[in-house]
Design a protein around this ligand. Structure first.
Ligand code: NAP
Length: 410
């Protein structure tokens, strides 16, 4: 018998550095820590990856879905992958490939089933519009002109959050609420490489920041500190916040095919966000506000957290929205002489109303903002559901499978 020796052949999982927007989603999703990164690239460890596909559906660009069939002994190492600017082409496929491992370059690899390691949905709502993704890439970006840039947060606060409007003129750039774009900042990093793109959620609805115009808005916080509180100047956020009207920026995208809003008129939106994570919620709310007159009847409930009222982007316009249109709940964590309050505290205070939404199959949940909020929000949802006699584990699985629980935290 000349049975093929499967152990010699590897379908190696690779990430395309030309498309990857370094959003960290794959590394966070991987259940076995097979993905790592440096300041240059995100890469997959060939000796750890088991091809479970958990990372594939959540990737907003599809950069993750690349495979090369080669002898295991020839697998590309992590150090080598970290230096890549482009993926190597598929060489001759080794003959001793067994049926399950014989993907050819260019094969379409279908996303695997939703795995238990993914906490949110990896499918869009059933009634979401079909998104365009990757129309413009690192290799072939497009440009947009700045038509507006103003600070949203009070000048007395340290937190400078800007609302930036980019116009694409006659260049097609179709977007949906919940999608993001990549900005390519000019210049090079310390090691002389061009900067990779930074991802920002779109804060405007599909028909434009100004209805009927080919423009989008972004919500950008000027980064002046790293995660440890040390002074640093964020490359792209400072570039964006300093832009003037008429400046031209390089843009890639759009990205994202799952964090999308439902379009059936009786769908409810339960939106939970912190800080600049409000960008997609603003887009969805504004779309529903514009569509309201055209028959949307679903409820909108928003939980929005910020340090103080002065640091909450869009505070003024938000508080002016009619109460019968959106049920807004704000949580401030650093108001002088007030106890710290997070979005999950506000959710617990509104438990009966949140539970009412959880019981409704038309409810879609969106969570966006700080990574740290994800655990707290899921815990609050669990407590609220169980307080009303709902089996959270069953409900959670259904929400995920039905494209009704979307998490985007960084
Ligand atoms: P921030 O001002 O640092 O924090 C916003 C609020 O969240 C503060 O009240 C903060 O409280 C609170 N918070 C901290 N830990 C929390 C937890 N475990 N649970 C609940 N609330 C918590 O926020 P930011 O600087 O605007 O950051 C927003 C995040 O959204 C960033 O990570 C950003 O990457 C992400 N994001 C941005 C976009 C975009 O388009 N710009 C899109 C998606 C996501 P404390 O007083 O305790 O700090």
């Amino acid at each position: 018998m000349n049975a093929p020796v499967s152990i010699d052949v590897l379908k190696q999982h690779l990430i395309d550095p030309e498309i990857c927007i370094r959003c960290n989603t794959c590394e966070e999703t991987c259940p076995i820590d097979a993905i790592t990164h440096d300041e240059n690239n995100y890469v997959v460890k060939a000796d750890t990856c088991n091809g479970c596909m958990a990372c594939v559906p959540p990737c907003p660009t599809g950069a993750i879905d690349n495979w090369r069939t080669l002898l295991r002994a020839d697998a590309y190492g992590v150090d080598e992958q970290l230096t890549w600017d482009v993926l190597p082409t598929q060489g001759a496929v080794p003959a001793a490939t067994v049926a399950t491992e014989n993907a050819e370059a260019g094969d379409v690899i279908e996303p695997g089933p939703q795995t238990d390691t993914v906490r949110g949905s990896t499918v869009p709502p059933w009634s979401a519009a079909k998104p365009y993704v990757n129309l413009y890439t690192h290799k072939a970006p497009t440009t947009a002109t700045v038509v507006g840039n103003y600070r949203l947060t009070d000048a007395t606060t340290d937190s400078a959050i800007h609302h930036i409007v980019l116009d694409f003129g006659a260049t097609p750039f179709p977007v949906l609420e919940g999608q993001s774009i990549g900005i390519l900042p000019p210049g090079v990093s310390a090691d002389g490489r061009v900067h990779h793109a930074r991802q920002y959620s779109i804060a405007s609805p599909r028909d434009g920041e100004r209805p009927g115009y080919n423009n989008v808005s972004l919500t950008v916080k000027r980064v002046v500190q790293d995660h440890d509180g040390n002074a640093t100047a964020g490359v792209c956020s400072n570039y964006l916040c300093d832009l003037k009207k008429g400046d031209v920026v390089n843009v890639i995208g759009p990205f994202g095919g799952t964090f999308l809003m439902p379009n059936h008129p009786n769908s409810h939106l339960l939106m939970i966000c912190t800080g600049t994570g409000s960008a997609p919620m603003r887009a969805m709310t504004e779309y529903r506000r514009r569509r309201r007159l055209k028959g949307a009847t679903g409820k909108l409930m928003l939980f929005f957290g910020a340090r103080t009222k002065e640091e909450l982007p869009y505070f003024g316009p938000l508080t002016n929205l009619p109460k019968d249109f959106i049920d807004t709940n704000l949580a401030f964590s650093r108001t002088p002489k007030q106890p710290k309050r997070y979005v999950q505290d506000a959710m617990r205070e509104r438990a009966p109303d949140v539970a009412q939404l959880l019981k409704d199959d038309n409810t879609h949940i969106y969570v966006c903002g700080l990574k740290g909020m994800e655990d707290g929000v899921l815990q609050a949802l669990k407590e609220i559901a169980e307080g009303q006699g709902l089996d959270w584990d069953v409900l959670w699985q259904r929400l995920r499978k039905e494209g009704r629980l979307h998490l985007e935290t960084y």
